[in-house]
Design a protein around this ligand. Sequence first.
Ligand SMILES: [Zn+2]
Length: 493
Amino acid sequence: MRIFTAALATETNTFSPICIDRRAFEESLYAPPGEHPETPTLCTAPITVGRKVCREKGWTLIEGTAAWADPAGLINRQAYESLRDEILDQLKAALPVDAVVMGLHGAMVADGYLDPEGDLLTRIRDIVGPDVLVCAELDPHSHLTAKRVAAADFFVVFKEFPHTDFVDRAEDLWAIAVDTLEGRVQPVMSVFDCRMIDVFPTSREPMRSFVDKLKAIEASDPDVLSLSVIHGFMAGDVPEMGTKTIAITNGKREKGEQLAQTLGLELYAKRGTFMMPSIDEKQAVSQALGLVRSGVSGPVVIADMWDNPGGGTAGDATVILEELLARGATHVAVGMIWDPIAVQICFAAGEGAEIPLRFGAKSAPGTGNPVDGLVTVVKLTPNAEMRFGDSIAPFGDAAHIRLSGIDIILSSVRVQSYDPSLFTALGLDPLEKDILVIKSTNHFYAAFSKIASEILYCSAGTPYPNQPATNPYRRVRRDIWPIMADPHGIEAA
Ligand SMILES: [Zn+2]
């Protein structure tokens, strides 16, 4: 067997002011054929798992380019087209092939392309013809367009959010591909449109039990090859945005359609109950100060949950910091605020210097105001990095400044706050602080829950379009919940 694999992925928040070009891919991950490292990144596990599978089978794996850019705004047209055509040319040169196994994210939007993955998969299908297997791994925060479903044989989607299972799902993808190529199964993909958009953390109920149930069905029903939920990505203003369920059966179309519908309507019935409850910045600071006064052991963590660079925002909002300053809070550390210009100024001033500085809130409306003050430059760390599980997340040259008893980390690379080691990288002991402010929606939880006395989810300002009922969409369909109360007409019936 000859199998072609490649990856092209990022997550586009169409409301984000941070547009990206080819250089943004090259800075995050750009691996020409054969040069992908041994360890996978989020959307490239089909390549590393494929190497192992093909080695064991004695098959030929032809690697194309792998490119990933950190989540941000619109992709430059030339950047998308050049990466797409690079992969398509590699595929043409690899022909004939028996299968194409792709690593995608599924939420790209490029200038001139509302559905880049649909465009890419359709062009792949046109090149290989109707009889060659085409499949891909997807992130659940994606848009499952009809064009994609028509072009591919099947998709396997990460089940967990946080995405701890991207390697496991790449193994599922390859297992189904191998069984298909060896004639044991005939995958049929069925999709149900839940006509809703929601956020589904699997670290809490009710989504935890739902994912466990999907796995139990997969393990017990021999007709079912794979079950997935496309959560949808509410920051992508595209026509087919929304939640969908996928059932892949072994040739049982009717059963797959029934199953996708039953599971999809179960999610629909629970709409609005999946997300953790959040509070605003005034409530968050009051609650945090109250907890500190009551003598909790360990820092109170305030998650600035929507100013999350992992969701494509700039990560420079100051709304919570302004509230803390207004309330005179001390023994607080903020990790972190993206401001490469302020970092440059701090590096020029040097450690120990006291300087007037303006920082934060420069990139988008709804993120508070730039903070002005006489700050002390406490520590400067070139090429700072923090841990993220078994890997490392760099956040560039970083400055630790102090203003009115609050320690603030300024970064020059946008990244969410994964781990308390971001503080120690700048000489701060997070355990010595009463309050830690971080920027992340959900990925921070695993590491910060180990040191926090309490975690407060704070929705501060409007850095991210997190209210689908009122987000200023131009292209999203109107007949989905919560834009419409009951689009399936179930409660009325
Ligand atoms: Zn995701």
